[in-house]
Design a protein around this ligand. Structure first.
Ligand SMILES: [Ca+2]
Length: 519
């Protein structure tokens, strides 16, 4: 997608989000909070129940109010509790609902059927005490929509629903991406990528073509200042940005201000900057940022987003830009402001993102962004890493994203997420997530478990209110096990600890998680 398309999408998203609130209220669903009757009612006022009727009932334990709708049966069941809302305009409507479900064999979902096909959002899995809000949009064809609360499950599995809303407007994510920082090095060492279509086509298709054809809009590329292996530098960024553009993909640039990995535990200055004063570091951030952005512009590509630093929980360019050991918020704010100014000088329409890890930790985000906003650091987008096995429940992610989007008035992106498709390995180096007890309840380490994890992170971002959920990037989607492409840029014999979390399997075939990005 080109820059103008991307911008108009963003504008459309903001416009639809704001207008949907101010338009005349839509006809509302009857008894949306299941409060009209007592407990144990199979067909609450306003709703009809089909299928395993006895598996649908009201009970205590509402998201709000006293009551909720539950689906449960001792034996296997399939049940729909539904109502049809009439007198709707021929336009988009969005169903919002608060849901919970048990983690076993259970496809609980909310459905909006407005005569143009069934739109469905599955209930994610979170701890039993946590309600999640999910949304689904559909376009009205003949003046009415059916709201359907569905569960097909094994005996003993349960689902809860409450606070059903139908509001005008459409909710959709505009940035669907994958980090492909490993790709150029992988290909140079013989890495190949396939999907079903590859088997039927003669023309050569790269991983970028496959991502684009699976509905992704953007790729993310990591940049190190002077990396030991000659990959992940500015020339490679420019080459990959050109290729991404040719494959129809936009670019998010991940500037790490280091010669190697930068994350909450590592923010080592580039060797060439080691002796710099704070003034010199500020100038170096500006010139490096400007150089990276300019290199992309020179190959005819406008970066959609540039992120200043990577997972900045503990700041960057240690020790000068540390956030607590000792705290140097004023220095960090100077570095980030210099980076922002460099991006805007190179490309005024490019969005500047600030990115933290631990996407479920609201205290971290408030502490960090309160500090930088109180120092007037300019930025456009908030990025979060959310690895489900490390960063808290989906409920914690939802709470944090909704809070920071509103508190700072900025769009949010989950800029890194991943989940294993197997606990197996394809090189001798142990994987970061390789044990059953590291997994998240409800999400097996299987191709479908990985797909469900991606689907549900997308759902949480989609549900961020007021159109502020921009999208999701999957982290290093193309990092398959290829000899020489290990984790350590200084050591060609180092291994890969991520091949069971790539979006391509051990035969380099695209995994079903990729299909979750399709509209
Ligand atoms: Ca209720």
């Amino acid at each position: 997608m080109n820059q103008s398309c991307w911008l108009s999408l963003l504008v459309a998203l903001f416009v639809s989000a704001t207008t949907s609130v101010s338009l005349a209220a839509a006809p509302t669903p009857a008894n949306p909070g299941f409060e009209s009757d007592g407990t144990g009612v199979a067909r609450p006022t306003g709703w009809v129940t089909r299928g395993s009727v006895g598996a649908s009932f009201t009970e205590f334990g509402g998201h709000t109010g006293a009551l909720r709708l539950s689906h449960w049966s001792a034996g296997d069941y399939s049940v729909d509790t539904e109502q049809t809302v009439t007198d709707l305009r021929r336009d988009w409507y969005t169903l919002r609902a608060w849901v919970k479900r048990s983690p076993g064999q259970n496809d609980s979902s909310i459905v909006l059927d407005c005569g143009t096909g069934v739109a469905r959002a599955f209930s994610p899995v979170a701890p039993a005490s946590e309600w999640l809000q999910i949304v689904v949009s559909a376009k009205v064809k003949r003046g009415s929509c059916t709201i359907r609360l569905h569960t097909t499950a094994s005996g003993g599995e349960w689902a809860n629903f409450d606070d059903i809303e139908l509001i005008p407007g459409r909710v959709e994510l505009s940035v669907l991406g994958a980090d492909v920082s490993s790709l150029a090095k992988s290909e140079s060492l013989g890495g190949k990528y396939f999907d079903e279509e590859s088997k039927h086509q003669c023309r050569k298709r790269s991983a970028l073509d496959i991502l684009s054809e699976h509905g992704l809009t953007d790729v993310r590329l990591r940049v190190w200042v002077n990396p030991a292996d000659g990959h992940h530098d500015i020339p490679e960024l420019a080459k990959m940005a050109r290729r991404a553009d040719e494959a129809g993909l936009g670019v998010l640039v991940d500037l790490q201000y280091s010669d190697t990995w930068a994350d909450p535990s590592h923010q080592t200055k580039p060797a060439a900057w080691a002796g710099y004063s704070v003034d010199q570091l500020e100038k170096a951030v500006f010139s490096h940022t400007l150089a990276a952005c300019t290199a992309i512009r020179k190959v005819g590509v406008t970066p959609h987003i540039v992120q200043l630093g990577n997972e900045l929980n503990a700041g960057m360019l240690w020790p000068d830009g540390h956030t607590y050991d000792p705290p140097n918020w004023d220095n960090l704010s100077r570095f980030l402001t210099a980076g922002y100014n460099a991006v805007k000088r190179c490309s005024p329409t490019t969005k500047v993102m600030l990115h933290l890890a631990n996407g479920g930790d609201n205290g971290l985000y408030r502490w960090w962004f309160d500090n930088v906003t109180s120092r007037n650091v300019p930025f456009d987008v908030i990025g979060a890493s959310y690895y489900p096995y490390w960063h808290g429940s989906l409920g914690a992610l939802q709470y944090n994203l909704n809070d920071i989007a509103a508190r700072y008035g900025k769009p949010v992106i989950v800029v890194e997420t991943a989940y294993p498709f197997t606990l197996g390995f394809n090189d001798p180096f142990p994987n970061l997530i390789g044990l059953e007890n590291q997994l998240v309840s409800g999400y097996p380490a299987s191709p479908l478990g990985q797909a469900a994890s991606v689907r549900d992170v997308l759902s949480i971002v989609r549900a961020v209110p007021d159109g502020r959920g921009l999208g999701v990037f999957y982290w290093d989607a193309t990092w398959t096990a290829v000899a020489g492409n290990g984790w350590d840029p200084t050591d060609p014999t180092s291994g890969n600890n991520w091949e069971n979390q790539a979006l391509f399997d051990f035969q380099s075939n695209a995994l079903p998680a990729l299909d979750q990005f399709l509209p």
